[in-house]
Write a protein that binds this ligand. Structure first.
Ligand code: PEP
Ligand code: MN
Length: 337
């Protein structure tokens, strides 16, 4: 932490230095012509008490040198996190495509979807059994029955599967079935849920809250990791802006920004990010070109009959064309599917 003094009085400077020491840090004084600066040396992350010194009239400002996300950040852990799920790998040059319907609707539908997306080259099956819907009257998901169908589809195709967990009470059950636990955008700052998924051994897929900054999102990853689970993926799924032509505004600038700040894999979801099937492939290609670690794509055999998110779902034939178009981009980036 760096403390910039507003006062040049020796007594004030000494008082701050003493307070810094009391809080367990070593004060180092830098005396400039105009200002005196005190560097508080010690691990400052998570230690907000130093920040309180800003309330003293003779202190101008207090600011951190290190990023507050200790485990998720690159400062203490520079090597890219690589996550193995079943027979597939995510991160570190291994590109992952998670595809399937928004919701698990019937046993036949999810099994057929799993075969469809596998044929096109997807590496992981997606499907929601617990659905966070804006209206309580909309389809809420098949719950445990949906998890059973996902498991069956996964066993039949050999594709691991990802599904959303909405409450901390559901974590033991969902992690019994799923290969990856999805935390949805609406739950990104549900700290009880983040702590609960931090305690299990199943990898976590953390979607960005629709009104969250990158820093808040990384602090949510930190919540999970601080409980023990280090296998976290960051998924951009669009944020809410003034634009209404798209469902959300897909913020692809997170790819280079997260790459710099964190070692965790970066996945892009252009389905929720745009909300319309016609916009999905161009944004998926753009994300791939910017060297993310994977994509999440909603695919449905009959989008017009889908229980949820039909408008943004690709038919298998369209998904197949998308897969074909990203292969040369992956080769250019030295990534393998
Ligand atoms: C989903 O993946 O279907 C979903 C509900 O996602 P999000 O949390 O990004 O809205
Ligand atoms: Mn959806």
């Amino acid at each position: 932490m760096v403390i910039v003094m507003a006062s040049r009085r020796e007594e004030d400077i000494q008082n701050v230095a003493d307070r810094v020491e009391e809080l367990g840090y070593s004060p180092h004084l830098i005396r400039g012509v105009e200002r005196t600066v005190i560097a508080a040396v010690g691990d400052e992350r998570g230690k907000s008490r130093l920040q309180a010194l800003e309330s003293l009239a003779y202190v101008e400002s207090v600011f951190p040198i290190l990023k507050p996300f200790k485990l998720a950040g690159r400062e203490a852990h520079n090597e890219d996190t690589v996550i193995k799920v079943g027979n597939t790998t995510i991160g570190g040059g291994h590109f992952s495509v998670m595809a399937g319907p928004c919701s698990v609707e019937t046993r036949e539908q999810i099994i057929e979807s799993a075969h469809d997306v596998k044929k096109c080259g997807a590496t992981i099956l997606r499907g929601g059994a617990y659905k966070p819907r804006t209206s309580p009257y909309s389809f809420q998901g098949l719950e445990e029955e949906g998890l059973k169908y996902l498991k069956e589809a996964s066993e039949e195709t050999g594709l691991p599967f990802i599904t959303e967990v909405m409450t901390s009470e559901q974590v033991p059950l969902v992690s019994d079935y799923a290969d990856i636990l999805q935390i949805g955008a609406r739950n990104m700052q549900n700290y009880g849920l983040l702590k609960a998924v931090g305690k299990v051994a199943t990898p976590v897929f953390l979607k960005r809250g629709m009104m969250s900054t990158i820093q808040e999102w990384l602090m949510s990853a930190e919540y999970i990791m601080s409980e023990g689970n280090q296998e976290v993926m960051m998924c951009e799924r669009g944020i809410r802006t003034f634009e209404t032509e798209t469902r959300n505004t897909l913020d692809l600038s997170v790819i280079p920004v997260l790459r710099k700040l964190t070692h965790l894999p970066i996945i892009i979801d252009p389905s929720h990010g745009t909300g319309h099937w016609d916009y999905v492939a161009p944004m998926a290609k753009a994300a791939t070109a910017a060297a993310c670690d994977g994509l999440m794509i909603e695919v449905h055999a009959n989008p017009e009959k889908a229980f949820s998110d039909g408008a943004q779902s690709l038919k298998p034939s369209k998904f197949n064309s998308l897969m074909e178009s990203i292969r040369p981009i992956l080769a250019l980036n030295n990534q393998t599917l």
